[in-house]
Design a protein around this ligand. Sequence first.
Ligand SMILES: [Zn+2]
Ligand SMILES: [Zn+2]
Length: 272
Amino acid sequence: MPLSHYACANCGFWQLHFATPPDCPVCTDVRNDLPEDGWHFLPEAEIAATHGGTFRSIADDLWAFTTTPNLGLAGTGWLIVRDGGNIAFEAAPYYSFQMLEQLRALGGIRFLAASHAHGYGALFQLQREFAPELLAIQREDLGMTKALRVTAPYDDTLELAPGYTLHLVGGHYAGQAVLHDAPGRRLFCGDVFKIDQDDTGRSQAISSHKAFHKDIPLTHAELSRYREVIAPLDFDAVLTPFEYAPEIGRDTALRALDDALSRPPGVRRMPL
Ligand SMILES: [Zn+2]
Ligand SMILES: [Zn+2]
């Protein structure tokens, strides 16, 4: 049996396997729920035949790619367009032909990275299509990258390009990293924050979690580390693998962490 890619129908995590995978490492982990009705893995050809997608410009230098209908956790793939080579951070669950054509029209991908497994989406597809010179994942999370070829594991920080730096924050996942976009004054924060938004995309509340589905809180040491890493970074907006929150700058982000640090561990959605 040749190796091929399979997506978990429950969370969208891709695995490279010679047969239908026995289980999904994202769903068996405490940070995600198990499927209610057993495993269901979808071969890539089936996803390609049943899924399309959309893309939109958020700013002159920033694009968002989403898969339709939703697949798994339904994350967003971000593309930073810049002279000297584009950066893709996180990935959509799958890229249709049109989405790939748009990526090509925007100049392709030179640098590829993701915060942690919930943002991986179809990184494998972006690596296959664009052969970026660098695919960076923090070393603690390498165990989740069997479907990829990580070319740049790193320790605490990695500058992808001048002004665009990955910082290890841990917490939610041991190898979770954020991408600070200094020129755009943005923080691609992974699941450091969960932003509750209304139907129009306006942010309503902010919180931090070890595990979102089960509302497992982070410890004070984990929250303190988030704070320590984020406090020196200038930003006016945060982007999770799921939400774009232009209302949340550094002050609001730090206020949310300080709120969580001021009481015993527990998840509280701080209203904005
Ligand atoms: Zn899964
Ligand atoms: Zn996550």
